[in-house]
Design a protein around this ligand. Structure first.
Ligand SMILES: NC(=O)c1ccc[n+]([C@@H]2O[C@H](COP(=O)([O-])OP(=O)(O)OC[C@H]3O[C@@H](n4cnc5c(N)ncnc54)[C@H](OP(=O)(O)O)[C@@H]3O)[C@@H](O)[C@H]2O)c1
Length: 350
């Protein structure tokens, strides 16, 4: 039986406990499936959170568990019902929950989740985009009335999601002003990595509290990637929005993705969400917390924006799959939550 190398975990663990396993090479089982030879896969915080067991209450792992959602690669085989792709097509994807396993040599995915890779990007760049950019897109689309001409404050402008948010807000949705925070060493990198004029005001959050230097009531939208949403309510204009991708989502929202979520946990999340909404409403501000629901149409939009230069990948680090100690270190850096610039990509085909 043919086997492939795959990053797995056999118990809930930090990245130091990940295992490079030999798994059977996946095969097409459904007419809508495609078999992808993975060339590159990017790390997202949810990968390490899942492996640590954060979702175990409502989505327990079956061990050995595979890891990773974001990849770019080449179609190696197609199911009999697939007309959109042919062998040799270069594609990228945010894998569906049940198809997880980006950090491995081959993966089978439903063609309904896969899109042709942006033609101007390398596999590493394309793999860096889906999850973070689609989450951000859905977060910004949740702002009723859009962003045209507005002031948007993005926390963590050189994180995976923050880099996407600054670019989408300015280059795609026409925001007039983008403010962001980064740590000291990254201040000089913002224009270089995101493009001149994408960010209008950079705040070094290590030395300066954004809540003190941004004028009260001057921001239309806060896009929160670092769980500081409730600290910035006073900065938002009445009728403005705070969108968080990191604070607890509503239970109803999560139930759509994880139908097995226990009723008591769902109620707890709903209550926490309503408290945040209430706190925001005292400032006349709308509040929402987003969980990504991947949509193929949005992956196609993203391909176009990447090809038009409106969304540039920010890949801070590329790590070879063959060096498993480096791979585990790369996951550890994401687990620690600090110091990484943009996305970290594992190069599977070297
Ligand atoms: N709801 C969803 O569906 C969804 C989807 C994607 C991500 N998320 C969540 O959103 C969060 C961000 O994801 P990501 O992919 O952008 O993470 P990431 O790329 O790993 O970004 C982390 C970076 O943020 C910076 N940072 C940390 N604290 C900061 C602060 N207080 N202010 C400004 N920057 C700070 C750090 O750089 P420095 O140390 O240099 O500052 C760090 O390297 C994660 O918790 C993730 O799980 C949720």
């Amino acid at each position: 039986m043919a086997t492939i190398k795959a990053v797995t975990f056999n118990t809930y663990t930090k990245p130091s406990g990940y295992v490079l396993a030999d798994l059977p090479k996946p095969a097409i089982e459904r007419p809508e499936d495609v078999l992808i030879k993975v060339h590159a896969a990017s790390i997202n915080p949810v990968d390490v959170k899942r492996a640590f067991g954060i979702l175990r209450i409502f989505d327990p792992e079956k061990f050995p568990a595979r890891i990773g959602y974001d990849l770019a690669g080449v179609i190696e085989a197609v199911g009999e019902g697939v007309e959109e792709f042919k062998i040799g097509d270069e594609v990228y994807v945010r894998l569906a929950e049940e198809e997880r396993g980006a950090f491995q040599e081959y993966v089978v995915a439903s063609a309904n989740t896969v899109a042709l890779k942006p033609t101007n990007l390398t596999f590493e760049e394309a793999a860096s985009l889906p999850l973070a950019t689609l989450t951000t897109l859905q977060g910004l689309l949740a702002v009723k009335g859009g962003l045209q001409g507005k002031t948007v404050f993005v926390t963590g402008g050189l994180s995976g999601t923050g880099a996407a948010a600054c670019q989408l807000a300015k280059n795609v949705f026409g925001a007039a002003k983008v403010i962001t925070t980064v740590s000291t060493a990254k201040v000089g990198l913002v224009d270089k990595l995101l493009g001149e004029g994408v960010v209008d005001e950079i705040i070094d959050y290590k030395t300066t509290a954004p809540g003190k230097v941004i004028p009260r009531g001057s921001v239309d939208v806060v896009y929160d990637t670092v769980a500081e949403a409730m600290s910035y309510l006073h900065l938002v204009k009445r009728g403005g929005w705070v969108i968080s991708i990191i604070c607890l989502p509503s239970g109803q929202n999560l139930k759509g993705l994880f139908p097995n979520i226990p009723g008591w946990f769902c109620s707890f999340l709903d209550m926490a969400f309503k408290i945040s909404q209430y706190r925001a409403s005292r400032y006349g501000v709308n509040y929402d917390s987003i969980v990504l629901v991947p949509k193929k149409e949005e992956l196609l939009d993203l391909k176009r924006w990447a090809e038009e230069g409106k969304v540039r990948p920010v890949v801070g680090q590329i790590v070879p799959f063959s060096d498993f100690e480096q791979v585990k270190k790369a996951f550890t850096d994401i687990y620690n939550g600090h110091g990484v610039t943009g996305k970290t990509v594992i190069k599977i085909v070297e």
